[in-house]
Ligand binder design. Structure first.
Ligand code: DGL
Length: 268
């Protein structure tokens, strides 16, 4: 049994789509969340910058005595996971490998689309993990850089978001993918638009639940769960003005984020 909290982090509100599953499937676990709202988006930044930011966030969360870290950001996972695992001595899991396994299992026609930030698509991380599962699968990557600012703006069911999605997703429609992975944790926020554009015959994969299940299993195997029933007081931190994050975050989690604190992440 381990009472310490779990650290979850992203460049902004996107990682809350993973927190949502953790609240449901690990209800006794205390969560410390960090969203780097001062430096979002990460998707257009270099591997070096993303890795520097990821390490600062890990250092900050470790000051909160976390027992493990969920990298709830595909961009940090695909560019910096190995570096994080080599530098920090707690279990660290990302979203890419779980999402890749789900996609490989879901496709019938062996054509999978992956949508994500420019940095995630460029890293080819999904491609590598999907091909490890089945080398016959064709993977079509598509960067959708405008999705993150649209989601951060809260335009989750907006006509403009729909038009942007139509444009980004058309190459994947032309490629006849039958499965599409939401390779950015912000994208589940606009999942209904993505599903509408792709049509009901296409499976839309959100890696969040599989990630949380694997992470909780990992903790269980090292006797690291907080097993007794508790009502943990989760903590949420951001690097810029907390108000907007509180507003959108409360909507995403259906959980009041009224005490979001601001941290100077550059210090870590
Ligand atoms: N939500 C993040 C991801 O999963 C990062 C988005 C960004 O900051 O560009 O990739």
């Amino acid at each position: 049994m381990d009472h310490r909290p779990i650290g979850v982090f992203d460049s902004g509100v996107g990682g809350l789509t993973v927190v949502k599953e953790l609240l449901q499937y690990g209800p006794n676990e205390k969560i410390i969340y960090f969203g780097d709202t001062a430096r979002v988006p990460y998707g257009s930044k270099s591997k070096e910058t993303v890795t520097k930011y990821a390490k600062q966030i890990a250092r900050f969360l470790l000051t909160k005595n976390v027992k493990g870290l969920i990298v709830a950001c595909n961009t940090m996972d695909s560019n910096s996971l190995e570096e994080l695992q080599a530098n920090f001595d707690v279990p660290i899991m990302g979203v890419v490998e779980p999402g890749a396994s789900m996609a490989a299992a879901a496709t019938y026609n062996q054509k999978v689309g992956v949508i994500g930030t420019e940095a995630t698509i460029k890293s080819q991380a999904y491609q590598k993990h999907i091909l490890k599962q089945a080398s016959t699968i064709q993977v079509f990557g598509q960067a959708c850089p405008l999705f993150v600012p649209l989601a951060e703006e809260g335009w989750l069911e907006d006509e403009i978001t729909y038009q942007v999605a139509k444009r980004y997703l058309s190459p994947l429609q032309l490629a006849h993918v039958d499965t599409i992975v939401l390779g950015c944790t912000h994208y589940p926020l606009i999942e209904s638009i993505i599903q509408k554009v792709m049509g009901d015959q296409v499976s839309v994969i959100n890696p969040a639940l599989e990630t949380v299940e694997r992470f909780l299993d990992l903790l269980k195997n090292i006797n690291g769960l907080r097993e007794e029933r508790s009502q943990p007081q989760h903590e949420f931190y951001v690097s810029d003005n907390p108000d907007k994050f509180s507003q959108l975050g409360s909507l995403i989690l259906s959980y009041p984020l009224d005490k979001v604190k601001q941290v100077n992440i550059e210090k870590y």
